[in-house]
Design a protein around this ligand. Structure first.
Ligand SMILES: *Cc1c(COP(=O)(O)O)cnc(C)c1O
Length: 428
């Protein structure tokens, strides 16, 4: 049995942790079987409790853009730990990472650090509402902004995988202030603005959607949203928890040359420790407590270990000029390799890719919004997932997730992955 110890550990976990996991997608519900338990990871590989090695395309769902246990990050955390792990007082390293982030990301003057992407998006929307004195927000079906109440209206990712797009526990009062639009559909957004004149505080979106597979914005979509927000005095909030420091040093704002009003971060910014952040220009950030009236706080926010990990990560990303080009080339190579195999075996598919994000959909229509993302063949995906796992390649256990390419992946790893697809494709 391949996953003997993992299966035994899962049985124990299920007794004391709901579903055996602390975040739903980890449970393999969408693909069946029991999750593999991680024991350690280094570079491009993660090792499970049965001592099997996997080439990792999840990378902790995004943070490990330089590979696992990246030495400068590990060393920074070890050194900081020796000096005490939390003070609840300001520390110099918080300013250092803030200065670096502000220098890397366009259109921001100030940044506030929190403990997760969820917190970042939740706080960004509160700030947008406080700043504009309006209540409603527009979000897109299939975009995920963490699990706070206002966003659990057709959220992507785990929420979609489990078929509970609107979670019980979210009040109808909260839900009525969240308006839903279709991704890449500008007319839809325009109609919502017209029907809710002077009520929209912000439009929040993933500038490249990553929680319904990878879906890049259509030409003109982000520009159109910018113009609509300007016309209606609403803020444009980019949730760059996934894309921030991944698509470019300055994230999607830099890549597409679009100015957002508030930007949310998470994942990469913490180097694998629990960190989120939101940022904007002074005019908006100065509304935040203690300068302004919009309240937001955190006992462990700006935690020194987390800041040390994040700073080491951002330092590497800011100084390695070629990193984003390298990541893109590796992703393009993988794309072509997988594409060739699937074409050869006549397997219906659509591959979406941008930068170091890629997703394989077993569907022949183009995937550009939530509706088209759900049209993929999930039975094929399940077989594909388990086949790849057996071949020692770990991709996300859901058809609604993006694969993340890390810089630790070598071309040999990519070739091995393509060979695995070849073996698995025979049985699809
Ligand atoms: C992961 C993610 C979040 C939530 O971040 P957590 O750290 O899991 O709370 C929010 N937005 C996007 C786009 C994400 O990918």
């Amino acid at each position: 049995m391949l996953y003997k110890r993992s299966s035994a550990l899962f049985v124990k976990a299920e007794k004391v942790i709901p579903g055996g996991v602390n975040s739903p997608v980890r449970a393999f519900k969408a693909v069946g079987g029991t999750p593999i338990f991680a024991k350690s990871a280094k570079g491009a590989y993660v090792y499970d409790e049965d001592n099997r090695r996997y080439i990792d395309y999840i990378n902790s769902w995004g943070p490990m853009i330089l590979g696992h246990a990246f030495e400068p990050v590990v060393n920074a955390v070890i050194e900081k730990t020796k000096l005490g792990t939390s003070f609840g007082m300001p520390t110099e390293i918080e300013t250092k990472i803030a200065e670096l982030a502000v220098s890397m990301v366009p259109n921001i003057d100030k940044i506030r650090f929190v403990n997760s992407g969820t917190e970042a998006c939740m706080s960004a929307v509160r700030l947008a509402r406080g700043y504009t004195s309006k209540d409603k927000i527009i979000k897109f079906s299939g975009c995920y902004h963490g699990h706070s109440d206002a966003f659990l209206i057709q959220a992507g990712s785990g929420a979609v995988t489990f078929g509970s797009p609107n979670s019980p526990g979210v009040t109808s009062g909260t839900a009525k202030d969240t308006l839903l639009a279709a991704y890449n559909d500008l007319e839809n957004v325009k109609a919502l603005f017209e029907a809710n004149k002077n009520e929209i505080a912000c439009v929040i979106l993933e500038p490249v959607a990553g929680n319904m597979g990878c879906i890049p914005p259509k030409e003109g979509f982000l520009e159109g949203l910018r113009a609509l927000c300007d016309e209606h005095n609403a803020l444009l909030v980019f949730d760059e928890v996934m894309t921030g420091f991944r698509l470019a040093k300055g994230g999607a704002q830099e890549l597409f040359n679009i100015k957002a009003d508030i930007v949310c971060f998470g994942k990469v910014v913490g180097g694998g420790l629990p960190v989120g952040a939101f940022a904007s220009r002074n005019e908006i950030m100065n509304h935040l407590a203690p300068l302004g009236a919009v309240y937001q706080a955190g006992t462990l926010s700006g935690n020194p270990l987390a800041m040390a990990a994040g700073l080491a990560m951002l330092l590497e990303l800011s100084t390695d000029e070629a990193i984003y080009k390298r990541l893109e080339e590796k992703t393009a190579y993988l794309h072509k390799g997988i594409e060739d195999v699937l074409v050869k075996h006549h397997i219906v598919h659509t591959i979406n890719r941008i930068g170091s994000m890629i997703s394989v959909h077993f569907s022949d229509n183009s995937v550009q919004d939530f509706d088209s993302a759900t049209k993929g063949n999930n039975d094929t995906f399940k077989k594909f997932f388990h086949g790849m796992l057996e071949q020692g390649v770990y991709i996300a256990p859901s058809a609604f997730e993006t694969w993340f390419i890390s810089d630790a992946l070598t071309y040999e790893d990519l070739d091995e992955t393509i060979k695995a697809v070849e073996k698995v494709a025979v049985n699809l």
